[in-house]
Design a protein around this ligand. Sequence first.
Ligand code: ADP
Ligand code: MG
Length: 326
Amino acid sequence: MSSAGSPGEFELIARHFARAAGNSRVDLGIGDDCALIDAGPERQWAVTTDMLVENVHFLADVAPAALGHKALAVNLSDLAACGAQPRACLLALALPRADDAWLADFANGLLALAEQFGCSLAGGDTTRSTAGVTISITALGEVPRGAALLRSGARVGDDIWVSGHLGDGALGLAVRRDRIELSPAARLAAVERLERPTPRVELGVALRGIAHSAIDVSDGLAGDLGHVLKSSVVGATIEWGALPVSAALASLPLEFQQRCVLAGGDDYELVFTADAASRDAVRAVGRDVHLPLTRIGIVRAGGGLTLAAPQGPMDIQPRAFDHFRP
Ligand code: ADP
Ligand code: MG
């Protein structure tokens, strides 16, 4: 509980909703990227829902096709974090007005990504909003029973790996807000990373049986890796010098880079842990799915997250972006 008296996002969930878990068909309830629902002896359904609110999660002038893409991408990213294969999704939309051209573009963006990952739009709800646009998608994926990647599986001695580059989502936001000067090509690339993220679905599926734990980086590495450490009751040390950042981000001041990587958000890469004996297997997965996979640190006993940084070792507050905290 926060000493200031106003509870944060994760305290609110724990206080009001956590008791809903534990239904007999719910194999895994609140607390991971997806819930896991019993689907018979062979399989489980992985289910996740994420909401995008105008002026909270996206700027009002974002291209509707990009918004449709992103609304589904953030949900597919949670399926990826569990190693689930996307199957279907539901779309709930609250709109201030019925704008046919806007909806056509939005649907094109969403359905193109849905098709790419075999995730059929199976239903939803549409209503008028008296405020801005709100989009809520629920996505359903399939996983062989017991094979889902969980936040709680990290073991002492595991390597910590990350896919792609970190910090570009926050860099894209800084660019969109005109807070940063970059070349036109680098601007475009950063905004693309913010507005049209690629969910790492193939990677999540390929890591079944190899990774001990996983999460997608939606709220910054410190907080999201922090969720894994807390769920797994372990600590970690990560190396700043090993963290993969794009050339554009690497050209900016170190403290800005660190903010973008550790406390930024919207990266939608996977962070996962695996046995040191699995390094070759992990590298083979990276080659198969055409993604750079980088070893960034190690899981250790005890709690906490230490960053070996150029400034010296830093104890990082493993706190994710929180909607109700400054
Ligand atoms: P993610 O960033 O992966 O989408 P969150 O950090 O938003 O996950 O949520 C953490 C956990 O809390 C998840 O298991 C999620 O399903 C659960 N959760 C969030 N909000 C609610 C709610 N209103 N009721 C029940 N569970 C919730
Ligand atoms: Mg997630």
